[in-house]
Design a protein around this ligand. Sequence first.
Ligand code: FAD
Length: 455
Amino acid sequence: MVYDLMILGGGPAGYLAAERAGHAGLKVALVEERELGGVCLNEGCIPTKTMLYSAKLYDGVRHGEKYGVSAENLTIDHARAVARKAKVVKSLVAGVKALMKANQVAVFSARGEITGKSAEGYTIKAGEETLTGKRILVATGSAPAMPPIPGLKEGFDKGFVLTNREILDLKEIPSRLAVVGGGVIGLEMASYFNSVGAKVSVVEMLDHIAGENDQDLVNILKADFEKKGITFALSARVTAIEENGVRYEQGGESKFIEADKVLLSIGRRANTQGLGLETIGVYTERGAVITDDRMQTNQPGVYAAGDVTGFSMLAHTAYREAEVAVNNILGHGDAMRYEAIPAVLYTNPELASVGETEATAAAKGLPYKTVQLPMKFAGRYQAENEGGRGIMKLLVNTRTQQVIGLQALSNYASEFIIAATSFIELGLSLEAIKKIVFPHPTVSEIIREAVFQYE
Ligand code: FAD
């Protein structure tokens, strides 16, 4: 059998590509060494959001007096939250399995490695089997970066240092959790463990948390976190993981945080080692596969999508990149665009953003104006956020009168960011947006308000 498409990796990029290609009638092989669904379903997006929901419910009732809600002897059962997470993951992974079956995808549960090229096509070794196919999609995703910090490996081997994989299955809440890395993953986990009672300290090398997000919004979120008891050490470089904590250097001084567990969340690296990419001459750069905007590598018929491209490590980017790759394989021209990729920090409140921030717009020299509004201008926000301090920023290109960015710190921000994503992707003008009817009362009405306030 010669497959039309062989896919390495069954995460969002791999399974979506398999589904679409199978549906279009291609003969597809999917090789996955762990679980279908990849990092996203098994140890990333879905499990974190499932657990964060338990924490949100708990916090909602715990701080419910101002809404007239109170409860006695309120507790959160962490073990039960973890068990429910496992149930949700199992159900979604089963859904992916069913999708593969429905689209006649041949799934191989093995580690795959590209072994070469013959007259019939490329070859992949998947466990004991050798597969041959006309094309390959590399969708092997990413893994946590493991820097050479003294004591890190030993700490990891002892179960003292955890990555996102292990922390989601912790049976007990650590009394003190040190989070190394204040990016999205670190902050979501800090938020959860703070809610369920751990004393959380975040150590971040940069002078700010939450990466490239708008710092005015981030500062409100950080102050909120601090009020809840999370501490931050910024401009702090971790120098060693010791027996009972994390040593770091800050402002020329050596400092130490005691911890019962350490979460390592300093970034992720593309999974390209041992894949055999070099045997067929696929170019990589700093460990990530290089593609063009059609997701094709330098080798004919070899594509890559998702985290393995090292570009925008988000599940929805992976989906779209996979779709672009399959569309090109099917001969339906398609190209990847990254201007309107939304990103969400699922803390409580959520921080959602799409397009340019003031910092990136200024760095690019774009002509822009910002409309900044307090979220409480939206009636529903006030109804549901007593004393809430959320804000939103809408960035408009003053030359084209088009929306080029939006950031919001608010409940439901993850849901309404799609509105701004659509404006940017479709290049809608402010005049066109003014004619769109928003449901009332919704938090999303803040966008309409901002559009009308633009002068
Ligand atoms: P992956 O999901 O990494 O899947 C790759 C698959 O390839 C894996 O299953 C792996 O086992 C398999 N594989 C690797 N090498 C081989 C091989 N040689 N042979 C066979 N199989 C192989 N993104 C969001 O958009 N929203 C979120 O809320 C979000 N939350 C996250 C929370 C956490 C804690 C983490 C870690 C990530 C989160 N992400 C989130 C990122 C998201 O999980 C990734 O962007 C997404 O999983 C990338 O999909 P992928 O298909 O490229 O790779």
